[in-house]
Design a protein around this ligand. Structure first.
Ligand code: AMP
Ligand code: FE
Ligand code: FE
Ligand code: ZN
Length: 286
């Protein structure tokens, strides 16, 4: 039987709702053979995920790195999945810490904007909701739900709220620098949902081709934020550039409706990613 491989998920170490231990158990229950833990800008969930790994499940330790492309004005935010990198590589560690701090500062400013409009949300309460994990807009969305202003996370990301009116940029990592840092740390970088127009602006294919020349390894094609046409486009582009194609759920627990294993990656693609990793972090076996 073919393996079921999901290479993009979030835990309470960032904006997911299952702890890393709960997440690996849920992955086994969902019938997955390989799971990647890819919390936003942190490796804080790795150790407890490894400790809780159920027999038969393989864990790819990773992260989803907040990046920005400054080749156009205003700069375009994008997400880089990074797999199997050294979590102690000093430059990468420093950049991730900087981004996490910038996320907190930006979250606090979003809350100030909301409060200036008389909306009763509090920053300490939102920080408490993140419980030490990387803070993101989903945590602010939960405060809007608790205040009875919206009913779903999706609604909180609408234009009247965190999607536009109360949206502020964060200080991300320059994308070429991020690709190089991930490779230097022995990791394998894959561009997350590169064509997700429904999330906002996207980067041109020419930029993806340039990133491929400095070490980008793959493109995530099968993702719930891609239409069938967008998936086909990403697949074709990956073919042209010789990049690995992945598919994944981007599971966030109850912060999103998508289920574990909703999209998956082929064994061939997974094997290529593992073979390209050259760092101290191997696949962990449960
Ligand atoms: P941030 O990282 O703070 O900019 O917030 C972006 C995060 O919000 C993404 O990683 C998603 O997890 C989440 N997100 C974005 N849009 C939605 C949506 N419509 N519904 C639920 N979560 C969303
Ligand atoms: Fe997220
Ligand atoms: Fe993402
Ligand atoms: Zn994600």
């Amino acid at each position: 039987m073919r393996s079921r491989i999901d290479l993009h998920t979030h835990s309470t170490a960032s904006d997911g709702t299952l702890t890393p231990a709960e997440l690996v158990r849920a992955a086994a229950e969902a019938g997955l053979d390989v799971l990647a833990l890819t919390d936003h800008d942190t490796t804080a969930g790795w150790a407890s995920a490894v400790r809780a790994l159920p027999p038969g499940l393989r864990l790819v330790r990773g992260a989803e790195i907040s990046c920005r492309w400054f080749g156009t004005e205003p700069a375009v935010p994008l997400h880089l999945l990074a797999y199997l990198f050294d979590p102690d590589a000093p430059e990468l560690v420093a950049e991730l810490a900087r981004v996490r701090a910038a996320r907190e500062e930006r979250g606090e400013r979003i809350v100030a904007l909301l409060r200036a409009d008389g909306i009763d949300v509090s920053w300490p309460e939102i920080l408490a909701g993140a419980a030490g994990g990387t803070v993101g807009r989903p945590h602010i969305a939960q405060a809007l739900i608790r205040a009875g202003l919206v009913t779903t996370t999706n609604e909180a990301f609408g234009p009247d709220w965190l999607g536009e009116r109360y949206r502020l940029p964060k200080e991300d990592i320059e994308v070429f620098h991020a690709v190089r840092l991930v490779r230097a740390a022995g990791g394998v970088p894959v561009f997350a949902h590169p064509r997700a127009t429904r999330r906002g602006r996207i980067v041109p294919d020419a930029l993806i081709a340039e990133l491929a020349t400095v070490g980008l390894a793959g493109l995530e094609a099968d993702h719930e934020d891609h239409s069938p046409a967008e998936r086909a486009h990403v697949r074709a582009l990956a073919g042209e550039l010789g990049l690995v194609v992945t598919g994944s759920s981007d599971f966030h627990g109850t912060h999103k409706t998508v289920r574990l294993g909703a999209h998956t990656t082929t064994e061939e693609a997974y094997e290529r990613i593992v073979a390209e990793a050259s760092g101290v972090t191997g696949v962990a076996y449960g």
